[in-house]
Ligand binder design. Sequence first.
Ligand code: XUL
Ligand code: CO
Length: 440
Amino acid sequence: MEFFKEFGKIRYEGRNAKTPFAFRFYNPDEKIAGKTMREQLRFAMAYWHTMCAEGTDMFGVGTIDKSFDSANPMEIAKNKAYAAFELMEKLDIDYFCFHDRDIAPEGRTLAESNERLDEITELIGALMRKSGKKLLWGTANCFGNKRYMHGAGTAPNADVFAFAAAQIKKTIEITVKLGGEGYVFWGGREGYETLLNTDMALEQDNMARLMRMAVDYARSIGFKGDFYIEPKPKEPTKHQYDFDTATVLAFLRKYGLQNDFKMNIEANHATLAGHTFQHELRVARENGVFGSIDANQGDMLLGWDTDQYPTNVYETALCMYEVLKAGGFTHGGLNFDAKTRRGSNTPEDIALSFIAGMDAFALGLRIADKMISDGRIDDFVQERYSSYNSGIGKRIVDGDISIHELEKYALFLGDVTTNKSGRQEYLENIINEIMFGGKL
Ligand code: XUL
Ligand code: CO
């Protein structure tokens, strides 16, 4: 059965393509920076937005039909699996990501939920073998059910903690069974609404305990992929413990988990934390914990997680610059944690949204590669810090000078009267020149 009859296989047709159902910039087999675009970008489909989200918001019901020709929950789940693989095939997307509850509806008991997961993962496994599509990462939805109203790993109720642990254990098992390359912790309700009712220390100790158990269990059953934490500062809780990359790093180091986790950086989460997307990627890269990306964008005028398809090429270029500087993805990839707008409610919109996002990242990769081969930006940064390559600067970075000697040196200088310009505008214009020079 074909679910998306409105469009066929999307192919690269170049910038003069006649149809909107074509890639203009994403040419999967073209090599950029030493690898094919397919290998560099490692695009993934987020099961929850693409197969499940119906366009509901705080003020209204769904506008997008995701019933997939059935009214029976398990039949819908199976049809979603068939539809997901049809879509990945048509869009030339190699990976997908899911929460346990996206792929199979929750049952009345944990045992029933687990049986349903077994049934659906059998089907998904068969579809993966047939198509060659791969699981980028799995995760457990420990935030949607009302039992998680006060959190999961950070819940004040130990029974809830136990339930979350069991749910995560099962999700790790199905992730391993499907050959997943990663496992994500996004702390959906791991935070607080008010400190008046919160034992922050115990909550964070417990979260670390849960993560340690999960990592040890996964490794014991042969999981070779990466664990990620996905930082987000707020929403749904007022304050989420995994606020941003720097906060998560402090948490990991406090609990001795720093060698077990990398970051899954989401663009819209970065901006909610008051950072740029590039900032979060840079902090991760500089600390050796760059892992994977949830590709989307927020709206400059809205203060919440709008999860829009990424179309801002300036942002994708600076993102791919950081990815290339990190040496590219290993187990991670670009997961479109993005949903079509409530008003974009046709099947065609799903294809057009992915095309927009994939082309925006293809452009970003092309521009980032040019930024690096052009060399002016990297050379400028090197030159800017060149005072540390010799003399007093070299002694500072070598740890070969005392504060007394520095004082003596500064007294001899008397004052510092020259500083070189940071040339911000010049550098920004280099990017514009690389992006548009000769093409308009
Ligand atoms: C929520 C979010 C999640 C995670 C996976 O903001 O980004 O979808 O990516 O739980
Ligand atoms: Co996300």
